[in-house]
Design a binder for this molecule. Structure first.
Ligand code: DND
Ligand code: ATP
Ligand code: GLN
Length: 545
């Protein structure tokens, strides 16, 4: 006998239980009628989307979920539906998955391993389940697990003990660099521990800072990957399993298509595009406006914006001032032309002069400093926010992770905006991503990539006048922020200049207040500047420890 399992690698809108429920019903009907599937498996917390955060605390949650489940029980026939939802049992809320067939809830499992690290906060909401749940589907014993469960040996061993012959794992597993390989190694290990095949179903879509890249996959009882759904593409992807009592492994998944792994640049670029597209569309913005300086960050941000929502929904604004070079003006115009976006030039000189004149009495006796530089950045921020308000376009913030780490950005200036695609991307990776994007089609002028970055806030300024070279800076930042090394541990890794290391770490520490006010943006590492990293702003910790 053969059983066909449809992996519903879909997107759900967090909080829209009505729409998500309809999506479950439609996908189940499609899987039954078009794919001839026997079973359809959805990602974790299908009905609420993931993470629902404090929506889980709303008093109306329980009623909404009950109605949604009743609707699925009522309206889907002829296919086993494995769906995720939050459910309150005896006063406690659980992260559940249930198997529904012909109007009956055949079994329900509550997640046992609740992630409470990095971006995850599940212990704030859920109680831990304790028991395995095995459901018989056409003579095969399916064991249910949910996402983090599979990262630990316990739940799957318990399912095996309870008689499972195949494991279904429902996931909301967000992207970060190297995650694709980690999941594969993990499933290899888990499957071989219990000698059972595992069907791993993930979301495809983005939710605020999180991006789910799909790549749902199946491993056999030896832990070998036998099929893998595409990355960054939603859809129903089927796997057949042969059920043969005479074989040592009764349930054997049949080999299918395996989507090739993506390299770092390709996966990060696609994550940025998906993160931005879903943020703009799910929040119903008409489009995007951004300040185009002729520099590399805004050039890459523009390319991502166009790839995300199309050139006709993107406006670029060049706002030259005295220090803006003609090269920057030429490059910005060329970028806009290459990508086919609406391009405006709005000189800020008259606005900055008006501010300076008005402030002159207040500033009498003071010498020039960063105040004047910040005034330029803030004027540009005012202009962009005015265009945003008038036209319903969201301002795309362009600062990268290296700058956000050391506070190299102006509050209410170039930090304005609603969303950022670079906030978790170090500057050294920005260069590589530009080259990657140009390999798909030339959109970023070569000179923008090869010339030294400059904020152009003062005459002949280049970033590396005030910061160490980006190669050095990013290495130190990676070790401090992403690997949690102390200053002395960083100095022990190689020959860094001691003062530079201490200066960089100090800048990171004292600029927490800026990051706390920064817009959200795509997370591409396991330690982004969003929910991954929660440092107190006011603190007396010793720098660099
Ligand atoms: N702990 C704290 N909690 C809350 N607020 C705090 C604070 N400490 C300072 N502040 C406030 O923040 C202000 C200082 O921040 P802010 O006004 O932003 O200014 P600030 O950090 O002094 O200057 C901006 C820096 O970013 C560089 N920049 C600007 C623009 C673009 C680029 C680029 O290349 O991309 C680089 C620029 O060269 C300069 O070094 C203080 O005047 C104070 O009002
Ligand atoms: N002349 C300008 N016209 C339009 N926007 C500008 C201009 N200068 C700066 N900006 C905006 O402010 C952001 C910060 O720019 P800045 O040049 O200070 O730093 P950067 O980190 O080198 O960024 P970029 O590489 O994009 O220039 C830019 O990405 C851009 O969005
Ligand atoms: N939703 C979850 O349980 C996710 C946790 C898991 N470690 C992952 O990132 O894949």
């Amino acid at each position: 006998m053969t059983l066909r399992i449809a992996m519903a690698q879909l997107d759900m809108l967090v909080g829209d239980i009505t729409k998500n429920t309809q999506a479950v019903i439609d996908a189940a009907n499609q899987a039954r009628d078009i794919e001839q599937a026997d079973v359809i498996v959805f990602p974790e917390l299908t009905l609420t989307g993931y993470p629902p955060e404090d929506l889980l605390l709303r008093p109306s949650l329980d009623g909404r979920v009950e109605s949604a489940l009743l609707k699925i029980l009522d309206e889907v026939q002829g296919i086993y539906v494995v769906v995720g939802y939050p459910r309150r049992i005896d006063g406690d809320l659980f992260n559940c998955t249930g198997v529904i067939y012909e109007g009956t809830l055949l079994g329900e499992y509550a997640k046992q391993e609740l992630p409470n690290f990095l971006v995850f906060d599940e212990k704030r909401y859920f109680s831990e389940g304790r028991d395995a749940c095995i459901v018989d589907i056409k003579g095969v014993k399916f064991g249910l697990t949910i996402c983090e469960d599979i990262w630990h040996p316990g739940p799957i061993a318990q399912a095996k003990e309870a008689g499972a012959e195949l494991i279904l794992n429902l996931n909301a597993s967000p992207f970060h660099i190297e995650k694709m390989g980690q999941r594969e190694a993990l499933l290899h290990q888990r499957a071989t521990e219990v000698s059972l095949p595992i069907v791993y179903v993930n979301y495809m879509g983005a939710q605020d800072e999180l991006v789910y890249e799909g790549g749902s996959f199946v491993v056999n009882a030896r832990g070998e990957k036998v099929s893998q759904a595409p990355w960054f593409e939603a859809g129903l992807y089927c796997v057949d399993v042969i059920v043969d009592e005479s074989q040592p492994n009764k349930v054997m998944p049949v080999a299918g298509d395996i989507s090739p792994a993506l390299d770092v640049e390709a996966s990060v670029y696609q994550a940025m595009v998906l993160g931005l597209r879903d943020y703009i569309n799910k929040n119903r913005f008409k489009g995007i406006v951004l300040g185009l300086s002729g520099g590399i960050d805004s050039a890459l941000s523009l390319a991502v914006a166009v790839d995300a929502i199309g050139a006709d929904r993107v406006q670029a604004v060049m706002m030259p001032y005295t220090y803006t070079s003609s090269m920057s003006l030429e490059d910005a115009e060329e970028e806009a032309n290459l990508l086919g976006v609406k391009y405006s030039v709005l000189p800020i000189e008259p606005m900055v002069s008006a501010f300076s004149d008005a402030l002159a009495p207040e500033f009498a006796g003071f010498s020039k400093d960063t105040t004047e530089e910040n005034l330029q950045a803030r004027t540009r921020g005012v202009v962009l926010m005015a265009i945003s308000n008038k036209k319903g376009l969201m301002v795309l913030t362009t600062g990268n992770k290296s700058e956000m780490a050391v506070g190299y950005a102006t509050l209410y200036g170039d930090m304005v905006g609603g969303y950022s695609v670079l906030k978790d991307v170090f500057k050294t990776l920005v260069f590589k991503l530009c080259r990657y994007r140009n390999s798909l089609g030339y959109v970023i002028p070569e000179r923008v990539i090869s010339r030294p970055p400059s904020a152009e806030l003062a005459p002949d300024q280049v970033d590396e006048d005030s910061l160490p070279s980006y190669d050095v800076l990013d290495e130190i930042l990676h070790m401090y922020i992403e690997k949690d090394l102390s200053a002395e541990a960083i100095l022990a890794t190689k020959q860094f200049d001691r003062d530079t290391v201490y200066r960089v770490l100090r800048l990171v520490d004292v600029n927490e207040y800026k990051r706390r006010q920064a817009p959200t943006g795509v997370r591409i590492t396991a330690r982004g500047f969003g929910r991954d990293r929660r440092y107190p702003i006011t603190n007396g910790w010793h720098i660099g420890d």
